[in-house]
Design a protein around this ligand. Structure first.
Ligand code: ARG
Length: 452
């Protein structure tokens, strides 16, 4: 027989100690409520609260709680060690089932706010980078093929908007996190005359759960929270993928500081975009955390089941890694530099002005479908004769539309000028400098508001 520690196997102390502070916060409120409802004597309540505060103080000094089955038992045992048997009164009208659900909600509420603050910081960096690079033009892609020129700032700001939705999602999720299950007791509620609204008020919850069975067994808020984090991770993978592409010398659009890259042990010329790759890779474990959670809750009969204890490792893992990734990518983007000459040069490749020529003809009342065909022939001609759209002569242009009068005028060259193409995309949300500046001021307002 192997010497398996079954208590440790059943317990969660190995991974739930980070809940110590919120556990104590929850207990203090619970005890205050018990005193207010005259379930606990004022003197007992004061002793318990003083004991809990002294544990908090020790924890702040890097002292650690002795090992128990889980964090809830560990705090209670330590409390009775410090203040005697009266500590055992703390658990009146409560179960670890409603206690752990409360702890997790308090913890996630805090982390929701922390992550929103980190995203705000990252958005601020993106806005700053966009302002610094407001005149940088680069190729815009669809299907990863050259499509139309865009401002680098416009491209960067797309991520700021994704992140804005990430914050909105977290803010909305917070509403469902911020509901108090305490008072559900083990599963059925309690015969003590408790005041759950009072506990909720003390702990800053918006309301209380209305069904005790649901109160102790619901982990939707945790699933939803990790989904919100998965979406953040998803967005970061897209950004990192582009950083990796843009750093490739075939693109050569950007440089980031050396500390975010590493060399190869065999190929002396290499700078590998390791940080971006690691962030891209971490999405795998974060999505995994979401699936772990979904699977843990799946098919569980009401109410509490010990399976739910396994919710903590994936939730904590997702929190730690998303926070770290947002911090790393933020630092990385702070050091991002565009090679303006290189991005402009790339914009000249790939006939990115082709759509403009089609638009030019469409403005002259030629059906767009027909114009599209004409420009397709022009591009084919350019490829065959190693020419670019700007190096063609007016006569060459007009050969492609040999109707009664020459359809192309001198102004076609202004039409296909890259700066001009970008400058003309003045529609709301478009890539002209003015539209992008509008985006920036909108975002600045949003970020400022959220920081308050
Ligand atoms: N350690 C448990 C958890 O994390 C606490 C609740 C245990 N409750 C019980 N009745 N066994 O979920």
């Amino acid at each position: 027989m192997k010497n398996i520690d079954f208590e440790q196997f059943i317990g969660s102390f190995a991974f739930d100690t980070r809940l110590a502070e919120v556990d104590i916060t929850g207990s203090i409120a619970h005890v205050e409520m018990l005193v207010k409802c005259k379930i606990l004597k004022q003197t007992d309540g004061s002793k318990i609260i003083a004991g809990l505060n002294s544990i908090l103080k020790s924890l702040k000094k890097d002292w650690t709680l002795p090992k128990e089955e889980d964090i809830h038992y560990a705090v209670e045992k330590e409390l009775t060690r410090r203040i005697g048997a009266v500590g055992g009164k703390m658990h009146t009208a409560r179960s670890r089932n409603d206690q752990v659900a409360t702890d997790l909600r308090l913890y996630l509420r805090q982390e929701t706010d922390n992550i929103i603050a980190l995203i705000n910081e990252f958005q601020t960096t993106i806005i700053k980078k966009s302002e610094e690079n407001i005149n940088v033009i680069m190729p815009g892609f669809t299907h990863l093929q050259p499509a139309q020129p865009v401002l680098a700032a416009h491209h960067l700001l797309a991520y700021a908007w994704m992140l804005e939705r990430d914050k909105e999602r977290l803010t909305d999720c917070r509403k469902r996190i911020n509901v108090l299950p305490l008072g559900s007791a083990a599963l059925a509620g309690t015969s003590f005359k408790i005041d759950r609204q009072y506990s909720a008020k003390l702990l800053g919850f918006d309301g209380v759960s209305e069904n005790s069975l649901d109160g102790v067994s619901d982990r939707d808020f945790a699933v939803e929270f990790v989904f919100c984090l998965s979406t953040i991770a998803l967005h970061l993978t897209r950004f990192c993928e582009e950083i990796i592409l843009w750093m490739n010398p075939e693109f050569g659009y950007i440089k980031i500081a050396d500390k975010f890259t590493s060399g190869s042990s065999i190929m002396p010329q290499k700078r590998n975009p390791d940080c971006a790759e690691v962030i891209r890779g971490k999405s795998g474990r974060i999505f995994g955390d979401l699936f772990a959670l979904l699977t843990i809750v799946k098919s569980l009969p009401l109410a509490y089941n010990r399976d739910l204890q396994e919710d903590k490792p994936p939730v904590f893992d997702a929190v730690d890694n998303v926070k770290l990734c947002v911090e790393v990518i933020n630092e990385m983007i702070v050091t991002l530099k565009f090679d303006k000459a290189k991005t402009l040069k790339s914009t000249e490749k790939g006939f990115m002005a082709a759509t403009e020529i089609a638009d030019y003809l469409a403005r002259k009342d030629i059906p767009f479908r027909e114009a599209h065909g004409v420009v397709k022939s022009i591009v084919e001609y350019c490829i065959k004769n190693s020419k670019t759209l700007s190096s063609l002569s007016l006569q060459e242009y007009n050969k492609f539309y040999p109707k009664k009068y020459p359809i192309f005028d001198d102004d076609i060259f202004k039409f296909i000028d890259l700066q001009n193409i970008v400058a003309k995309k003045t529609s709301e949300g478009g890539t002209s400098v003015n539209s992008v500046k509008k985006q920036i001021s909108l975002l600045k307002n949003i970020v400022k508001r959220k920081q308050k």
